[in-house]
Design a protein around this ligand. Structure first.
Ligand code: COA
Length: 320
């Protein structure tokens, strides 16, 4: 049993903030940011929340999939920036779209979140536990940034992407995933700290902090390794792949991966110049863009790959 994608959707907050806009409020420049990352702009929430963006992307995906919300049996939302610890974002999506028959849960695998969500849906399909499932990657990272740390805050943005899948026997899907908890401290963001009737700790929360060079080295090593693994398992060569849809963190990471895979950069779609890094949302936002532009035909072989905090990584080979 495998899955096929029935439809996609995405949503970006209206407010677009360019590198030049950032240079007005902090010591940075378009030249520094774009030459090191390829990023030129990002979307930042003013009124949107994690759940409101997820609901908007979900409604667009339902329309694209041409199914009713009641047909969904599961909703998996990948996020590290939920509005609430409970109810989960997935339950808020259920309420927002009227998917009354869905079982809903959130998962957090940082920038690999959407890939892990898709792999979860695949496992449910294989186990006979799910037929039509929705996977969302959504982040309001702007609320987790240290806006005084120019080395990280310029890299990220807000947004949501969604895919609806259906269990399907005719398609082939292969996965790879991994985690390296012992490298977790190179990319961190604190949750609420202990503060109760026995412990008083009103110190400020630690926002996103990153050792950029360590993450860069990890990404460049792990992406080709993980992609090779899924292609070997699928018995498909790199040349047969139409697109490698990689997590959008840094253009140089994508270029290095293309070089190591010995594949032309044209096979690696990029939208990080306009959206920056939206963590779990990058892959489904990009996939939706490609879908809406008509870049994908039935039967096309593609690979999705995510990597990031945890550290975590994962790849999925699938047929459109
Ligand atoms: N604007 C201007 N200068 C900046 C800056 C900014 N936004 N951020 C940092 N700098 C300065 C630093 O203070 C430092 O100055 P110093 O040398 O005087 O101390 C210098 O730039 C560091 O530059 P450099 O060493 O060239 O940085 P880099 O080439 O390692 O690039 C990253 C930094 C963050 C762009 C790069 O490491 C990266 O993209 N890593 C991957 C991060 C990522 O994508 N993470 C998410 C993965 S899910």
């Amino acid at each position: 049993m495998a899955v096929k994608i029935l439809g996609t959707g995405s949503f970006l907050p209206e407010k677009r903030v360019t590198n030049d806009d950032l240079a007005q409020v902090m010591d940075t420049s378009d030249e520094w940011i774009s030459s090191r990352t390829g990023i030129r702009a990002r979307h930042i929430s003013v009124e949107e929340t994690t759940s409101s963006m997820a609901v908007k992307a979900a409604k667009i995906a339902l329309e694209d999939a041409k199914i009713a919300p009641e047909e969904l049996d599961h909703i998996f939302v990948a996020t590290l920036s939920a509005d609430h610890a409970t109810p989960s974002t997935a339950c808020q999506v259920q309420k927002g779209i009227g998917a009354e028959n869905a079982v809903c849960m959130d998962l957090n695998a940082a920038c690999s979140g959407f890939i892990f969500g898709l792999q979860t849906a695949l496992a449910y399909a294989k186990a006979g536990m799910g037929k039509k499932m929705m996977i969302i990657g959504v982040e309001t990272l702007s609320k987790l940034m240290d806006w005084k740390d120019r080395s990280t805050c310029v890299l990220f943005g807000d947004g949501a992407g969604c895919a609806i899948v259906e269990a399907d026997e005719t398609r082939k899907v292969m996965i790879d995933a991994g985690s390296k908890g012992n490298m977790g401290d190179v990319l961190t963001c604190e949750e609420r700290h202990l503060n109760n009737l026995l412990v008083k700790d009103d110190s400020p929360m630690q926002q996103v902090a990153m050792n950029g060079q360590a993450v860069f080295k990890f990404a460049v090593r792990i992406i080709p390794k993980s992609i090779h693994k899924v292609l070997e398992a699928a018995e498909v060569s790199e040349e047969e792949i139409k697109y490698f849809v990689l997590h959008q963190a840094n253009r140089r990471i994508i270029e290095a991966a293309a070089k190591r895979l010995k594949e032309p950069i044209e096979k690696f779609p990029i939208n990080l110049d306009q959206c920056a890094n939206t963590s779990s949302a990058t892959v489904p936002i990009l996939l939706d863009e490609m879908n809406k532009k008509g870049m994908l035909e039935p039967g096309d072989k593609i690979v999705l790959c995510g990597f990031g905090g945890g550290l975590t990584w994962g790849s999925v080979y699938l047929e459109w």
